[in-house]
Design a protein around this ligand. Sequence first.
Ligand SMILES: O=C(CO)[C@H](O)[C@H](O)COP(=O)(O)O
Length: 222
Amino acid sequence: MAMTQDEMKQAVAKAAIDYVVPGTIIGVGTGSTANYFIDELAKIKNKIEGTVASSEASAERLKGHGIPVLDLNSVDEISVYVDGADEFDRHLHLTKGGGGALTREKIVAAVADKFVCIADETKKVDILGKFPLPIEVIPMARSYVAREIVKRFGGEPVWREGFITDNGNVILDVHGLEIVDPVGMERELNNIVGTVTNGLFAQRKADILLCGTANGVEVLTD
Ligand SMILES: O=C(CO)[C@H](O)[C@H](O)COP(=O)(O)O
C-alpha cells in the first residue's frame, strides 16, 4: 500500500536521528515533520547535551518530553539543525515559514554547522513559488512592504490575518511568484525596510535533504 504523506514525514524524522551528533546541542525546527523529529529525539535524549528550539511551540513539545531547551545566547555551537520545509528545489533552496516560525528558523539554521532538511516528495518543485512565500513584517510596515513587493516582484501579498509571530510581528504570504533566482530574491527582499525575514532559505540552504518517497527515504545533496 502506498505511503501516506504523514508516514513519509515520520520516516524522514526517524532517518534524521542518524545525523544527531552525540554530546552536542541540536537545533530543532517547527511544524508537523519537526514534531515527529522531536518525538524521535526524545528516545535518545540522554545522548545529547540539549536543544535550541525555533519556536515556542517546539520548545513546549521538547520540554514535554523532558528534553532540555537552551537559550541561543548561551550557546556557542549547534552541530546540526533539523527542520522541515514547504517547498524545495533540486539545489536544496527552500521555502519555509508556513507555520510562521521563519525568523527563528533562519537564525538557528545560521548558527548550525549542518542543516538537515526533512521533507517529502510532494514538496519538490522545479521553480519555487507555488507555495506562497511567507514574509515576516513589522506590523506598522505591513502595507508599505506589500506595495514594495508588488512593485519589485509582482505577486499578490496576502496578510495572514489574526496571526502574530513569536516575535510579535505579522506575516504576508506572497502568492503567484515564480522564483527563478532564489538567492537574489532573498537578498532583495531583505532590503525592503520593515521586513524582518523572508521565507527563502537560499543563501543558507539545506546541506542535506531527507526526502520521503513511496519507496523510502532518499538522501539528496546539491
Ligand atoms: O517552515 C516551517 C514552519 O515555519 C515548516 O518547516 C514548514 O511549514 C513545513 O511544515 P510541515 O512539516 O508541517 O509540513
